[in-house]
Ligand binder design. Structure first.
Ligand code: ACO
Length: 322
């Protein structure tokens, strides 16, 4: 068997920080409301940087950690729902900037599950023998599509990127990935405009904004994550106590705690960054993973469970031996 092993991780956050108190200056909210409902205390926001800029910095760090030169990459897959441009893809912009000449490069759009989807695709390429070295990135500038007057969404999101370099390995790596979607629930969490559906020129930002029925999304997220976690354990013949670290999508601390409870995991085995990053969509899982690796928490040989839920709906998981 050939596995896709994580050879290196990297991440990047734009320098500007917006605290809950900063938000309370222009929307009717409070640090207390945001922190108790979501666990978020602050988030990073871009000023001039684009999604491919964040991706470039995260990717450069991951390549360095892996000891891989850009020219060795066979494929680049970027999970994003906030691409710089409609086309070319963010992956192509990133490829040019890295100088990774000639390899395949494409984006995957699965909202907050984008990194899990991208990782799953990359894993299949490696297992099939179609690629040996793959760069997988989750990068987002979600604050660019927020309605800063809507307190029910603008307090939740932040910008950032994370990346991993995968290498074909005979020993160990990604053990399984599991992807799901339910497009029938699209209106509970969506951005209701686009190229072929049309934009709304009379609305602010041409109608580009996040619309979310938060409490419904919350319930669906907890249920879907419970079920994908069970599926992952079952597929690998594992007991829930076998997992060393849970590295969840960082949307809401209460959702993370619900999944940890399902796994009977103490919170000190769960990587939490939502307090400092907010919800960075596709960026959140690889940002959390990189923080866990660089802080020395996650060690080689440990069993990691990654999971995410987002607009679409989409959700997924990956089980890997780091
Ligand atoms: N500050 C103060 N009050 C607020 C704010 C705010 N920022 N936002 C909403 N409120 C008010 C509402 O108006 C409402 O007031 P009302 O009762 O007078 O009408 C009250 O707070 C309660 O609102 P709810 O929506 O019921 O609050 P809830 O406890 O559900 O928390 C939250 C909202 C934090 C959004 C939660 O539902 C959540 O986290 N949902 C899941 C989000 C998520 O996981 N998204 C998935 C990924 S995102 C992606 O894929 C792009």
């Amino acid at each position: 068997t050939i596995y896709a092993r994580i050879a290196g991780t990297g991440s990047y956050l734009p320098p500007k920080v917006l605290t809950n108190d900063d938000l309370a200056k222009f929307v009717d909210t409070s640090d207390e409301w945001i922190a108790t409902r979501t666990g978020i205390r602050e988030r990073h926001v871009v000023e001039d940087e684009t999604t491919s800029d964040l991706a470039f910095h995260a990717a450069t760090r991951a390549l360095e950690a892996a000891g891989v030169a850009a020219g060795e990459l066979d494929l680049i897959v970027v999970g994003t729902t906030t691409p710089d441009l409609i086309f070319p893809s963010t992956a192509c912009l990133l490829q040019a900037r890295l100088g990774a000449e000639g390899c395949g490069a494409f984006d995957v759009n699965a909202a907050c599950s984008g990194f899990l989807y991208a990782l799953s695709v990359a894993d299949k390429f490696i297992r099939a023998g179609a690629a040996k070295t793959v760069l997988v990135v989750g990068s987002e500038t979600l604050t660019k599509m927020l309605d800063w007057g809507d307190r029910s969404t603008c307090v939740l999101f932040g910008d950032g990127a994370g990346a991993v370099v995968l290498k074909a390995d005979r020993e160990t790596g990604i053990l399984s990935t599991h992807l799901h979607a339910d497009g029938a629930k699209k209106e509970l969490l969506w951005n209701p405009v686009g190229v072929s559906a049309g934009f709304k020129p009379d609305e602010p930002n041409a109608g580009v904004r996040v619309l979310m029925t938060g409490n419904e999304v919350f319930k669906h997220a907890v249920k879907a994550l419970d079920s994908v976690v069970e599926e992952t354990l079952e597929a690998n013949g594992l007991d829930r106590h076998d997992i060393d670290w849970l590295i969840p999508h960082q949307a809401n601390l209460r959702i993370i705690e619900a999944t940890a409870k399902r796994l009977d995991m103490p919170m000190d085995r769960v990587i939490v960054t939502v307090d400092k990053h907010g919800n960075t969509s596709s960026g959140s899982v690889p940002l959390a993973l990189d923080e866990a690796v660089r802080s020395g928490k996650v060690q080689r040989g440990q069993l990691l469970l990654l999971e995410a839920f987002g607009g679409g709906f989409t959700w997924g998981s990956a089980l890997l031996r780091y």
